[in-house]
Design a protein around this ligand. Structure first.
Ligand code: TYD
Length: 339
């Protein structure tokens, strides 16, 4: 698999090892990877770590040879960073997938499962939900790169006649997520008594899935991979759609901090109002989320409270510079200094 040192990837690595798989983890160890996410895993069989780039054709080609399954979790994923620096998203998220597709088409024994996102559909007006065949309508460089990656998967599977699975998932949350994302950012800043920069009116809705429920979905998906050539899209959504302000207030309550920390700031450009997946396909195959948001968010906030050593504590280095770039002016406008 690729991207196993990231948030979702690290949960997937642990779960596959627990289920008895041999796992090779190709990860470039970018800022979003955290080797501490896999503390205690490996270093030897059945786990192998390879530090390298998903865009390195000869490395990827060699690794895919002899594999049964290729899981692609390597990606640049943060919408705000894609607005600041889009080029790296095209490279990792699109060129990386093309590199994997080239390797997979040369190794017909290797099944490809590619991680995508509900964001490829853009914003959906209620009561719309995205079906597997809803057209793409991305509105950030990040979601456009993921849509482009999916089109590459579609083109390769059509041209070369092999099957591949694309997983479109809603927002996943839980332990080990990078602090730049909404829930970890607000949680850790709430602990520190820092302002929580809520974009715009805070009424944007996201569909939240606890990471263990994603992992259970993945296991079902890989256990029942289709053999017919072409791309097979699977939607993994919790159905729990909440406005950002409600999530921010829940975090304040769990962190025992006042909601006055919530600081409305200038909106994200092109900010999608609402994501919503129709995941009846996977549910009809026997999957359902087991952890409701109330429970998952409590577990998550408690994990961050107890594991500063894993997530790194106060922002330093590249992350501190990113926070200043992303939030400095927004919070300064409100008269509140950045972290
Ligand atoms: P995020 O975790 O970046 O995921 P995505 O944009 O991929 O859904 O953001 C989740 C929501 O939280 C999104 O509507 C943007 C909002 N948000 C804020 O209001 N403030 C923030 O500082 C961040 C990072 C996100």
């Amino acid at each position: 698999m690729t991207g196993g040192c990231g948030f979702i990837g690290s949960h997937v690595v642990r779960s596959l090892l627990a289920a008895g798989w041999d796992v090779t983890n190709l990860d470039r160890l970018t800022y979003a990877s955290n080797p501490a996410n896999l503390a205690g895993v490996g270093p030897s069989a059945p786990y192998r770590f390879v530090e390298g780039d998903v865009c390195d054709a000869s490395l990827v080609g060699g690794l895919v040879e002899g594999m049964d399954l290729v899981l692609n979790f390597a990606a640049e994923t943060h919408v705000d960073r894609s607005l600041l620096d889009p080029g790296v998203f095209v490279r990792t998220d699109v060129e990386g997938v093309v590199c994997l597709l080239e390797a997979v088409r040369r190794n017909p024994g290797a099944a490809l499962v590619h991680m995508s996102t509900d964001e490829v559909f853009g914003s959906l007006v209620p009561p719309l939900e995205a079906a597997e065949d809803t057209p793409f309508n991305p509105s950030s460089p990040y979601s456009a790169s993921k849509a482009a990656a999916e089109l590459q998967v579609r083109a390769y599977t059509t041209a070369y006649g092999f099957p591949a699975t694309v997983i479109r998932c809603c927002n996943v949350y839980g332990s080990h997520q990078h602090l730049e994302k909404f829930i970890p950012l607000f949680t850790t800043r709430a602990f520190a008594g820092l302002p929580l920069p809520l974009y715009g009116d805070g009424q944007q809705e996201r569909e939240w899935l606890y990471v263990d429920d994603f992992v259970a979905a993945l296991h079902l998906i890989v256990a029942t991979l289709p053999a017919t050539p072409g791309v097979h899209a699977v939607h993994v959504g919790s159905g729990e759609r909440l406005p950002n302000r409600v999530v921010a207030e829940r975090i304040c309550a769990l962190a025992e901090r006042p909601t006055s920390l919530i600081a409305p700031v200038g909106d994200r450009p092109g900010h999608d109002r609402r994501y919503a997946l129709d995941s009846s396909g996977l549910r009809s195959r026997g999957w359902a989320p087991a952890v409701p948001f109330d429970e998952g968010i409590a577990r998550t906030v408690h994990w961050y409270a107890a594991n500063a050593a894993v997530w790194g504590g106060a922002a330093t280095g590249e992350f501190a510079a990113y926070l200043e770039r992303q939030y400095g002016a927004r919070l300064a406008v409100r008269g509140t200094p950045p972290a």
